[in-house]
Every structure is written in structure tokens, then in C-alpha cells.
Design a protein around this ligand. Structure first.
Ligand code: GDP
Length: 496
């Protein structure tokens, strides 16, 4: 009653009228269906938060953690362009296919498994490599604070050394060092005239503490081209995974992520699901965003049909009613829960869409442009009118993020929030910590600085305070979106 801003008796009367009979006492717990109905009766527009139905929250501590099965580590290969990431992945994939299924056709599905030789397995059977590190889905997942990667392999070409994107990865590693393991792969060691020691020293200069020099980060010398050093790389990854002691329940509801999705001629929408918890089986009901599926066919990256996908496995899944989006969670639920959740999520999406009604913004911008053209033609008379009609108010944003992938994701999430009265506008976006230049730019534009996963030094904070510039800072995009929405709402004119 408090939420609906009515007196309790009014609510109870409405409950009676809605056919709830005797169950109208003040301590009666409403089902979500009735709650929605009642809220609508009072002219509200309720949104149901359905996450609880899908057990998205972390499970309580297990009484006997070592009884939970080990799961393969999820490994991402990152590094500067042309340093050999694709070649390395291709070689890893083809050697693993040769050892495994004969005659299998390797398919690019977003991830693949490499077997760990049993002599150094310690119970670990495979390693899962994500093969799309620069992928939008990857940035989106990271941006939401949902890191799926357990180990990052930083590839540095021995003939090229540390380059700008190498530094981006190094910054990322430093931010996530508590959560992810790191291996440096010095690549292209088959090339003549290279100086591996020089590369290692330059890594040390970037504060990557290599094992060879008394630190903790192992470096492996490899050639993606010849395959040299790859068994050593796999061995090193399995040793790190052993220390990380990665475990996941095979029972209980499935939780996973969409790595990729596309339309398939015979099968309709098909998506690669990376399973993180639970066992995905044929006929399981799953939801992802506003898409849902009853799992029809599952295949691994060799194109082999699989009946069950356990944690750490990536499989293509058909049976989707619509195409799910890369980077979204996948959750298992009962069919009725999923149907309800889809309706709620669609509704929520509609409300958000109407809030940032792009068409309204575009048309008001069009009007503005037309006015300016008229003015250019010297029609002074129009000027007076133009001064009155000035289009939407703008919340101008200067965006800084840790790496270019997440900067793009933040811009994508924050650009155009609002409606035809007030809207966000990104005036600059970049990578790295907040600088005086960013603060000055925000001040000049009358806007604010949005920082994703980057630092604002004490000094920068006081500079911003002096200049009266707000710095919004978070490592979770949704928090930034919520804060920015609040700021946009503050710009809306008060209608009395
Ligand atoms: P990516 O941009 O990091 O994915 O790099 P690619 O895998 O596309 O490799 C870039 C170039 O380096 C290609 O011409 C490869 O043939 C070459 N290359 C990759 N790995 C090696 C290697 O181990 N040795 C040599 N000599 N060349 C390599």
C-alpha cells in the first residue's frame, strides 16, 4: 500500500474486488501475478524482477567444497594485433582435433576444448579456449563485471615487443590480477634474429613479474606457426588451473553465457552457450534475454553431437524461438517461469525503449537543423522562434575506460539515454586514467566525467571538485547507466 501510495483499506478493498476472497489480511503474501494486477488497478506500470525465479544469485557455501567436480579453466588469448593470436588458436585447435575425434570438422563456434595430457592433468581433463577475445560479447561480459575468463594468455611477438594493445592487456591484467591467472606467451620464436631476453626485460619494465626473474608470472616461448612450445603452454595452463582449484556443480540449474549467435539455414537461431554451472541437456528449458529455447540439438566445436554439456564446455544450441544476444546470461527454468519472465522482460524493454525514444530525438534534431538552414538563408524573422525552441537539454559525457573494448561498450550503453526533452551526448571517449584535460573538457561542456574501471587520483578528484565537475566512477556498466539516468531525469523540466 505504501508503494502504491494508497491506504491499506483501499488496497484490501481492491483485493476483494479482484476475487481474492478471504485472503486480504495485511500479512498475506501476494503472488507476482496478483501484485501486478493490483498495481495496474491503481494505475501503475509495474515491472516484475524475475531473476529470483532463475537462481541467478550465488549458491550458498557448499558443506564439502572438494566434493564438487573440477571444471576446465576458461582461457582467453589477448595481445597486440598481428602478434599471432589467431595462428596460435588455430594450431591449438587443430592439434587437439588430431588427438581427439578423427574426421571431425572443426567449426568456429567461439570456444574449443584442448585435452590435457593425462600425466600432468591432476584430474583436469581439458582446457577451454575462447577464440574471440576481441569480440563484442567479451567486452560486454567484462563490462558487466561478469568475467568468464580464469586465465589470460598475453601474447607478445618476439620480433615486435611491447606495443599499444599489449599495454592495454597489461593494464587489464593489473586490474584483474586477484581474479585471473596470467601466462605470457612470447610468440614467433621460430623467427631468426629475435631477442627473447630483451622482450622479457621490457615486460619487467612494465611491472610484469616474470618467473624467470623471481616473480610469479610464467613465460612460455612458443611458435604458433610451427607448434613449438604449445605442449608447454598447455602444461603451464593446467598447473595454474590446479592452483586456482576451479570447481562447479554438475547438478542444479544451468547458468551460462551466450558466446555467439547466428541464423542457421536448417536449424533456425543457433547460439554457442558456454556452460558455467549445471549440466545442459537436450530438452532443457533455458532463457537468455528475451529469447528462450527448449534445447533441441547440441554440438561441440568438432561438430560432434553431444547429449550433455558440463561446466567449462561450449556447445552450439538449437531450439531457440528467437536469436539470443552474445554476452547475455543463460539460465535454466521451468517452462511457465520462462514464459512469464519473457513477457516481463519484453515489457521492461519496451518501457526503456520509449524512454530513449530515438525517433523523437532525431526529429527534434532535424527540426533544429532545418531552422539553422533557414537562418543561413537570412530569414532573420525566424530567429526569435528559434531561441524559444532549443531542442532537448543535453547531459554531456566525457568517458574514460580501461581498454578500448570497454570504452566502446560504455559509449554504447550511455549514448542517447533520455527522451526528446533531455538526452545524453558523449562528447569524448578514451582509454586510461582521468586526466586534467578530461575534467577541463567536461567543465567547458557543462557535463560530467564517466569513469569505467579507471582511477581518479586524489588530485584529480579535488581538481574536479574545484571546477564543479562530477565524476561518476564504477566497474559495472549497469550502475553507470542507472546513475546517468538519474542525472538525465534531473534535467527534465518540472511540469506543474
Ligand atoms: P593476430 O592478429 O594476433 O591474430 O595475428 P595472426 O595470427 O593473424 O598473425 C599475424 C601474422 O603473423 C600472420 O602473417 C602469421 O602468419 C604470422 N605469425 C603468427 N604466428 C607466427 C609464428 O609463430 N611465427 C611466424 N614466423 N609468424 C607467425
Amino acid at each position: 500500500a505504501q508503494l502504491l501510495d494508497v491506504r491499506l483499506v483501499q488496497l484490501q478493498r481492491k483485493m476483494e474486488q479482484s476475487g481474492m476472497g478471504e485472503e486480504t489480511s495485511y500479512d498475506h503474501v501476494l503472488t507476482s501475478d496478483y501484485a501486478v494486477l493490483l498495481a495496474e488497478e491503481f494505475g501503475k506500470n509495474p515491472i516484475v524482477n524475475d531473476d529470483m525465479a532463475f537462481n541467478i544469485y550465488p549458491s550458498p557455501p557448499h558443506p564439502n567444497p572438494t566434493s564438487i567436480p573440477l571444471r576446465p579453466p576458461v582461457v582467453t588469448i589477448m595481445g597486440h594485433v598481428d602478434h599471432g593470436k589467431t595462428t596460435l588458436l588455430d594450431t591449438l585447435r587443430s592439434t587437439s582435433v588430431a588427438k581427439g575425434e578423427a574426421g571431425g570438422i572443426t567449426q568456429h563456434i567461439g570456444a574449443f576444448s584442448v585435452p590435457v595430457p593425462s600425466e600432468d592433468s591432476n584430474g583436469l581433463k581439458t582446457i577451454t579456449f575462447l577464440d574471440t577475445p576481441g569480440h563484442a560479447a567479451f567486452s560486454a561480459m567484462r563490462a558487466r563485471g561478469a568475467g568468464v575468463t580464469d586465465i589470460i594468455v598475453l601474447v607478445v611477438a618476439a620480433d615486435d615487443g611491447i606495443m599499444p594493445q599489449t599495454r592495454e592487456v597489461i593494464n587489464l591484467i593489473k586490474k584483474e590480477q586477484d581474479k585471473v591467472g596470467v601466462v605470457v606467451a612470447i610468440n614467433k620464436v621460430d623467427k631468426p634474429g629475435i631477442d627473447i631476453e630483451a622482450v622479457q626485460k621490457s615486460l619487467l619494465a612494465e611491472d610484469i613479474q616474470l618467473e624467470q626473474y623471481g616473480g610469479e608470472v610464467p613465460a612460455v616461448f612458443v611458435s604458433g606457426k610451427t607448434g613449438h612450445g604449445l605442449p608447454r603452454l598447455v602444461e603451464t595452463l593446467s598447473a595454474i588451473a590446479e592452483m586456482q582449484d576451479l570447481r562447479a556443480e554438475h547438478d542444479g540449474p544451468v547458468h551460462g553465457y551466450i558466446l555467439e549467435s547466428n541464423m542457421h539455414k536448417g536449424l533456425g537461431p543457433v547460439a554457442t552457450v558456454l556452460v558455467l554451472r549445471g549440466s545442459l541437456k537436450v530438452a532443457t528449458h533455458i532463457i537468455s534475454g528475451v529469447s528462450h529455447a527448449r534445447v533441441r540439438v547440441m554440438n561441440d566445436s568438432n561438430g560432434t553431437p553431444v547429449k550433455i554439456a558440463t561446466p567449462g564446455m561450449a556447445v552450439t544450441v538449437s531450439g531457440w524461438k528467437t536469436l539470443p544476444s552474445a554476452g547475455d546470461d543463460v539460465l535454466q527454468g521451468s517452462e511457465p517461469d520462462i514464459k512469464k519472465a519473457i513477457a516481463n522482460r519484453q515489457r521492461k524493454a519496451e518501457i526503456e525503449a520509449s524512454l530513449s525514444d530515438v525517433e523523437a530525438i532525431n526529429s527534434s534534431r532535424r527540426q533544429e537543423r532545418e531552422k539553422r538552414e533557414l537562418e543561413a538563408q537570412g530569414k532573420d524573422a525566424e530567429r526569435v522562434e528559434e531561441e524559444v525552441q532549443e531542442g532537448p537539454k543535453e547531459l554531456r559525457l566525457v568517458i574514460k575506460a580501461d581498454v578500448s573494448g570497454s570504452a566502446e561498450a560504455v559509449v554504447g550503453a550511455l549514448q542517447g539515454i533520455g527522451n526528446d526533452l533531455a538526452v545524453t551526448k558523449v562528447i569524448s571517449s578514451g582509454v586510461g586514467d582521468i586526466t586534467e584535460g578530461d575534467v577541463t573538457l567536461a567543465q567547458a561542456a557543462g557535463g560530467m566525467v564517466v569513469a569505467f574501471n579507471v582511477n581518479a587520483s586524489k588530485q584529480m578528484q579535488s581538481t574536479a571538485a574545484q571546477k564543479n565537475v562530477t565524476i561518476l566512477s564504477s566497474g559495472i556498466i549497469y550502475k553507470l547507466m542507472d546513475n546517468v539516468k538519474e542525472q538525465v531525469i534531473k534535467l527534465l523540466p518540472v511540469i506543474i
